[in-house]
Structures are given as structure tokens and as C-alpha cells.
Design a binder for this molecule. Structure first.
Ligand code: CA
Length: 233
């Protein structure tokens, strides 16, 4: 389930947004100011932040800038919410690193569409939609991994790892990145753990002849590619 942090000082708006998000299947945390937002971020990184521009104390814009400047939060998907509709404001919001921008009042449908669009672009593994690479298909809603008629059995960690790799195919991910994105940040486990699970994942993919889709890139990390699978098919 995708987690959304709603940073909004107007309680009524925060509640309304949260209600709609929960209805759509998101898990929601609310922060009423920059300090609460930072505390939430320091705890667990959400999949996406809805960030109100005008907050008491530090502004949403300053928060976005700070998060963009730090390695841990650099990739955090951020949608800025604001009552301002000026073009200059829009540009400074995007300059500060927001991925998108919504002017109040907005419809629930528009909010949901923007959230899905930003997640599709930046964190497709946070969405429940099925992913396909080559003929390998992973469906998060049914937790099934298939290739044609063959259904593969994966452990929970291997499933999350494959989901992340399939959501970002052809890109090389370091062990540290995989730990952050698959195991969750703040976990203090050895990078070798990644190798163990990659090995298990390859074994799990073997019945469908897909083991070689997971490539080891020496000195860099791992990559999921569809080229190999297609030449084997
Ligand atoms: Ca506000």
C-alpha cells in the first residue's frame, strides 16, 4: 500500500484530502507544519508528499528545497499544493524541486490523477498496476508472477525486489539503492544481503527461463533487462 504524507496546516483540508486518499487505498499521515513534516520524513520515507506551500513557520517551498538537497530525500515525489495560481509561483515551486503543482481548489479526481502520474514517473513500484518486461509479468494486486502459463513462486523479499527492478528496467541499481528502495531506509543490513536475495530471485525465475534477466553489473550493482529473455524465448 502506498504511503502519502499530507503536509497541510488547514485541518479541514488535510482531513478531506486524507479521506479521499484513504478511500483510494493510500495510507495517509498528516503533518500540520514543517517540523511535523520533517519528523515524519525522518521516521519513514513516504511514497509521495502532498506539500502545502503556505505553512506557519517554514514554508512548503523551503521544505521542498531542503529535501531536494539531501541524498535520502532527493528522489522523494513531491506535489505542491497552493492557493496561488501565479505563473511566477508555479515556476519557483518547480524550481524548488516539486514534481507537480496543484492550485486550490482542486477536484479529487484531479488530485488522484496527478498522484498516479507522478508515481508512475518516479516510483512505479508504489502503484498497484501490473508490470510487464518482455513476457515476464508481475501483478502486485494478486501477488502473482507469471510468464505465459508458468506461475513462479517468490518469497516476499524477492517479490518486492523483482517489483522494483521491473518498475525500473534497464537501469543499474547499486546495492545501497536497492536496500533503500526495497528493504526501506533506516535498515542497517549488510549490502551482501542484496546478493543473497538476488541469488534467490534468479533461482525463483529459473522455471520460466528468466534468471538471466537479472544482470550483475560489475562494480555497479544489478539491472533487470529484457534483451536476454527475448533471445532465449
Ligand atoms: Ca496553508
Amino acid at each position: 500500500m502506498s504511503q502519502v504524507l499530507v503536509v497541510e496546516d488547514e485541518a479541514a483540508i488535510a482531513e478531506l484530502i486524507s479521506l479521499n486518499l484513504r478511500h483510494a487505498g493510500y495510507e495517509v499521515t498528516i503533518a500540520a507544519n514543517a517540523e511535523q513534516a520533517q519528523a515524519a520524513i525522518d521516521g519513514v520515507l513516504p511514497d509521495l508528499v502532498l506539500l502545502d506551500w503556505m505553512l506557519p513557520g517554514q514554508s512548503g517551498l523551503a521544505l521542498a528545497r531542503r529535501w531536494r538537497a539531501e541524498a535520502r530525500t532527493r528522489e522523494l515525489p513531491i506535489i505542491m499544493l497552493t492557493a496561488r495560481a501565479g505563473e511566477v509561483d508555479k515556476i519557483s515551486g518547480l524550481d524548488a524541486g516539486a514534481d507537480d503543482y496543484l492550485t486550490k481548489p482542486f477536484s479529487t479526481n484531479e488530485l488522484m490523477a496527478r498522484i498516479r502520474a507522478v508515481l508512475r514517473r518516479k516510483a512505479p513500484e508504489a502503484l498497484d498496476s501490473a508490470v510487464e518486461v518482455g513476457r515476464l509479468r508481475l501483478d502486485p494486486s494478486t501477488r502473482r508472477v507469471t510468464r505465459g502459463d508458468i506461475e513462479l513462486k517468490l518469497g516476499p523479499t524477492e517479490f518486492r525486489l523483482l517489483h522494483f527492478l521491473m518498475a525500473h528496467p534497464e537501469r543499474v541499481h547499486s546495492r545501497a539503492q536497492l536496500l533503500d528502495r526495497v528493504w526501506g531506509d533506516h535498515v542497517f543490513i549488510e549490502e551482501r544481503t542484496v546478493d543473497v536475495h538476488v541469488k534467490r530471485l534468479r533461482e525463483a525465475l529459473a522455471p520460466a527461463n528468466c534468471s538471466t534477466m537479472i544482470e550483475t553489473v560489475r562494480g555497479a550493482g544489478y539491472r533487470l533487462t529484457q534483451q536476454v529473455a527475448e533471445t532465449q524465448a
